[in-house]
Write a protein that binds this ligand. Structure first.
Ligand code: KG4
Ligand code: ZN
Length: 340
């Protein structure tokens, strides 16, 4: 008998069915990720009903695989954690129902987790979070700056007023003819082009930590439209570089400014867009210059996975946070609801 806390975590908020076993909040014992991207490609984006059906098909085998690869059974597990929100409601409910069934059948505590808290704690699986810190969240659904003074203490100081950064990447990708999800392909193209279009940098009011990407997205679409009307040649790599430079300059500028204003030494970056090579490089350079310690997870832990949910759940377990069998999905869940 050991005192290890073994958490079986489930994530199903969007288009990945993932189940993981995490030991003591930091050790990944197993992490299974079943991606549905190929099914959604032909629609150019995630179709919620298709996502729910795939989760239903994949959840049981993914749970079995996570336990088998960990060489554990449900009897060995301390608690079951699951993403409560935000996300697609039908998709969330598949993971939540599976988690409730396991918790009930094996008499284990059930721990509800916020998806973005998970993205932040993906960093903790590689190196400890050191407080106070600033977290820059850049995903398909969220763009936020979150100040944390301690574990499970989230203060949103800025957020997007319209599109999320990943959403802008995917829309720009579509306009230059790339398939879903376009973010990684724009990233690749951006390394090959030149910033010839000089798209706007949207800083908003002085001192605001908020973001806005819809104007930039429209600027890109209008530029392409104009060029096409004039029958001028469009070089997709130049569009990608010009767009990415605009996004990266604002993200890095606001994140570094927030670190200085809040006097924090660690900047952590989280969410799918954190795997963007141009962003990683620019953050590295800016943090080096400003004397800020930067933490960005391995790209595999930047996109949706259950390991990150298990990492947060460890601290919720220590704080005694559990849910009962009435737990429901919360598609618009606020991260500050997690504060302890
Ligand atoms: O965090 P995530 O896996 O899912 C959400 O919770 O939203 O983020 C997915 C988003 C997609 O919009 C995808 O295009 C974008 O992250 N993404 C990237 C890159 N890799 C993924 N965007 C830009 N560059 C990348 N390398
Ligand atoms: Zn995510």
């Amino acid at each position: 008998m050991t005192n290890d806390v073994l958490i079986l975590a489930i994530e199903s908020s969007c288009d990945e069915t993932s189940v993981s076993v995490i030991k003591n909040g930091t050790d990944i014992v197993s992490n299974e990720v079943l991606s549905q991207i190929d099914s959604h490609k032909r629609f150019g984006g995630v179709v919620p009903e298709v996502a729910s059906r795939h989760h239903v098909e994949g959840i049981t085998t993914t749970i079995d695989a996570a336990l088998e690869n960990a060489a554990l059974t449900m009897e060995d597990i301390t608690a079951v954690a699951v993403t409560e929100g935000p996300g697609l409601i039908g998709a969330l409910l598949v993971g939540i129902n599976a988690a409730k069934a396991l918790a009930y059948a094996y008499d284990k505590p059930l721990i509800p987790v916020h998806h973005i808290a998970g993205h932040i704690y993906a960093n903790h699986l590689e190196r400890p979070l050191t407080f106070p810190l600033m977290a820059l969240i850049v995903s398909g659904g969220h763009t936020e700056l979150i100040h944390m003074k301690d574990h499970l203490d989230f203060e949103v100081i800025g957020e997007t007023r319209d599109d999320a950064v990943g959403e802008a990447y995917d829309k720009v990708a579509r306009t230059i003819g790339l398939s879903y999800p376009g973010g990684p392909q724009v990233d690749q193209l951006a390394a090959e082009g030149k910033d010839v279009y000089d798209f706007p940098r949207v800083w908003l009011e002085k001192d605001s930590y908020d973001f806005s990407f819809s104007g930039l997205k429209s600027a890109v679409i209008n530029k392409l439209h104009n060029l096409r009307q004039k029958n001028e040649e469009i070089e997709p790599a130049n569009v990608a570089t010009s767009f990415q430079n605009s996004v990266v300059e604002v993200l890095v500028g606001k994140a570094v400014q927030a670190c200085k204003d809040y006097d924090v030494n660690q900047l952590i970056v989280a969410g799918g867009v954190a795997s963007n090579k141009g962003l990683r490089q620019a953050l590295n350079d800016a943090c080096d210059e400003a004397g800020i310690t930067l933490s960005i997870p391995n790209p595999k832990l930047c996109t949706d996975n259950a390991a990150m949910i298990g990492a947060v759940a460890y601290y919720l377990y220590q704080a005694g946070v559990t849910a009962d069998m009435t737990l429901n999905g919360n598609s618009g869940m606020d991260i500050e609801m997690m504060n302890q």
